[in-house]
Structures are given as structure tokens and as C-alpha cells.
Design a protein around this ligand. Structure first.
Ligand code: ADP
Ligand code: MG
Length: 343
């Protein structure tokens, strides 16, 4: 928060403040009425509407000592869009509610909205409303995303079938490692404010993964253009193991994941080594990657192999076979929500 001018929110008043945050934005043809009335009015183009909402609380979900406000705004939108994509739906609208203490200036909150609008422009969604209130302590942001889909396109967590391929996009564990770097640098800074944070080319990618994640729009477009549909899908916010368990429980199936197939990028591997973390545990339990986990019929094997970002990591089994990790050395372990039980 290093802006030169500091305008108090009280100088503008609640309505002036909301106007300052929301004026001058274009609206799409799917938005009949945006900010400015008692409700937004939306024009759906598909039969089903999907709705999701997430809270971000200062001190619980983010730490402002290493989170730029713009990134915070961007991420608060992206994590919701990720949930919409995880239904194989297209996000169209968001609302944003904030609770702000007088510690924050108008300029600071406008920075958050710059990030929010950057995400809106990138993912083609309209901000159509919200709520604004004061807070006695920290900052709170709640975003609701609204999307659409044809009923037959919606993918739930409960459709995985024995024999389906288990796939993930991108790479796993990077956001978790990025967060560990930020936490470490904060500790270093707190113990000696003259120390320069060790954030370099070497780990910038990992830090970007935690501070400015992206949602998997391209994947959903790939499914649509190839007329294929996963049998189940979930976005990876809590960690692969935990999301796999959701799919298995809801679909009444088991799974085997192969350690050798877990996607891990090079920076993440190097960083895990530096922290003396087991890369597999990080890939299974590190959260906040916002990659997609899905299951799909093996008949689509060749098609999905054509898509660079997708990795097949295992297979859906019968419920009786449980939820297992097949290690590189050929042993089968129970998958646990927090990593896996070894030796
Ligand atoms: P009401 O009293 O009817 O809830 P408000 O005065 O809270 O209305 O809000 C006025 C308009 O501004 C509404 O369209 C609302 O959706 C919008 N709005 C309020 N706060 C925000 C915000 N933080 N971001 C975006 N839109 C907002
Ligand atoms: Mg209101």
C-alpha cells in the first residue's frame, strides 16, 4: 500500500465509494441491469445456472504482508471461476462483497478492484453487484460467481466409473511451495528487516502460482470443441488426495494413482528438495493449485493425450479396491487426505 494519496472511505461515503469502485465498466449483453439497482438482472442463454461462493479472510486465507492487493482481487475472482469450470460450465457474472476497516484507503480498495477487473476481462465475466460494509478488524472479500451450462453438459463429482482414466491438468504442489517461500521470507524479514527477501527468477514461478493462480478455461473449451465430457470433475483447491476422495466417495468407486505419473515441474522439484519435502507428498497434499482433476472414459484416451496440459495419473477401480497410490518401487499404499502413509 504505497500509494501517494490516501483518501479515507468516509470522505466519499458509502454510495460515493461504491460508485468509485464500479463506475465506467462495460457490460455484456447477458447483463440487463448491472450495479445500481436493488438486484442485478441477468439474461441466461442456457437452461441451467450454476452458482458458487467463497470467502477470503485476512489472516486466514491471505496475509497482506506478502500479498499485493491487485493479486488478491484477481485471485478472489479466479478461485470462484475455477469452481464454475469444474462443473464444465461457463462463468458469466460475479458479485463482490467486501468488509473493510478504516485501515484501508479508497486507493487500496481500488487496487483490489483493478485485480478483480483484470480477471473479469480475462475470463469474460461481468461484475454485477455486491455489498459493502465496515469491519472492525481485517479485510474480508466474498465473491459469488454465476455460470451457465446446458443440463447435459454439467459434470458432477458423482459420475466416475470403474475403468475411467484419472487425469489432472498442469502440475501439482507448486502453489504450496510458493507459499512456503513467502512464509519463509516473511520470517526472515521479521527477524531482520535489513535482509532482502530471497525472491528471484529461480522461484518466481512458484510464487506466481500462489499469488496469481489461473482458472482452467482452456480445458473446458477443449471439452466443448471436441464434444467430449468427463464423467466427474473437481478443481484442486485442497490437494489432490483430498479431491480424489471427494470423487471416490461421491461416485462410490476406488482409485489407483501412479506416483511416477504425478506432474511436478522442475522448479517445484528443486524447491521441494531445498525444503527437504518429499515431492510426492507435496503433489498429493499441497493445495491451491487450481488445476483440474477429472475422470473420463478410456475411449477418449487418444484425444486427451493430444492436449498438452493433461496428464493421465491413474484409473478408477471398484470401491472394494480402496484409494491407493502405486509407488515407483511398485508398492501400494493407502491414499490419505494428508499425503500418504509410508513405511
Ligand atoms: P442495497 O442497500 O439495496 O443492498 P447497496 O447500497 O448495498 O444496495 O448497493 C448499491 C448497488 O451497488 C447495488 O447494485 C449493489 O449490488 C452494488 N454494490 C454494493 N457494494 C458493492 C461492491 N463492493 N462491489 C460491487 N458492487 C457493489
Ligand atoms: Mg447492500
Amino acid at each position: 500500500m504505497s500509494q501517494e494519496r490516501r483518501t479515507e472511505i468516509s470522505e466519499l461515503g458509502e454510495f460515493g465509494f461504491i460508485r468509485e469502485l464500479t463506475q465506467g465498466r462495460p457490460k455484456s449483453i447477458d447483463t440487463v441491469q448491472s450495479v445500481g439497482d436493488d438486484c442485478a438482472v441477468l439474461r441466461p442463454t442456457k437452461e441451467h445456472i450454476v452458482v458458487t461462493t467463497d470467502y477470503l479472510l485476512e489472516g486466514i486465507h491471505f496475509d497482506l504482508s506478502y500479498t499485493p492487493l491487485r493479486h488478491l482481487g484477481y485471485k478472489s475472482v479466479v478461485v470462484n471461476l475455477s469452481d464454475v469450470y469444474a462443473m464444465n460450465a461457463i462463468p458469466k457474472h460475479i458479485t463482490v462483497s467486501i468488509a473493510v476497516s478504516n485501515r484501508f484507503s479508497v486507493e487500496a480498495i481500488k487496487e483490489i478492484y483493478e485485480g478483480i477487473y483484470l480477471a473479469c476481462d480475462k475470463y469474460n465475466v461481468d461484475l454485477v453487484g455486491g455489498d459493502t460494509t465496515s469491519s472492525t478488524s481485517g479485510l474480508l472479500i466474498s465473491v459469488t460467481a454465476i455460470g451457465e451450462a446446458s443440463p447435459s453438459d454439467i459434470v458432477y463429482r458423482h459420475g466416475a466409473k470403474q475403468g475411467d482414466l484419472v487425469c489432472v491438468t498442469g502440475s501439482l504442489g507448486s502453489a504450496f511451495l510458493g507459499l512456503q517461500i513467502l512464509i519463509r521470507e516473511k520470517q526472515v524479514f521479521l527477524s531482520d528487516p535489513n535482509m532482502k527477501p530471497e525472491i528471484s527468477e529461480k522461484n518466481s514461478y512458484l510464487i506466481q502460482r500462489i499469488l496469481k493462480p489461473e482458472a482452467k478455461r482452456g480445458l473446458i473449451e477443449f471439452f466443448a470443441s471436441n464434444q467430449i465430457k468427463p464423467t466427474s470433475m473437481i478443481d484442486i483447491s485442497d490437494g489432490l488426495s483430498s479431491e480424489l476422495m471427494h470423487i471416490c466417495t461421491r461416485s462410490d468407486v476406488g482409485v489407483v494413482i501412479e506416483e511416477a505419473n504425478l506432474p511436478f515441474d522442475e522448479q517445484a522439484y528443486t524447491q521441494a528438495m531445498e525444503f527437504s519435502y518429499d515431492p510426492t507428498t507435496v503433489a498429493l497434499s499441497g493445495g491451491e493449485d487450481y488445476e483440474m482433476l477429472f475422470t473420463i472414459s478410456p475411449e477418449h484416451h487418444d484425444l486427451i493425450m493430444n492436449y498438452d496440459d493433461i496428464r493421465i495419473i491413474g484409473e478408477i477401480k471398484s470401491k472394494e479396491e480402496g484409494q491407493k497410490l502405486l509407488t515407483r518401487s511398485g508398492n501400494l499404499y493407502d491414499l490419505k487426505a494428508q499425503g500418504w502413509v509410508s513405511f
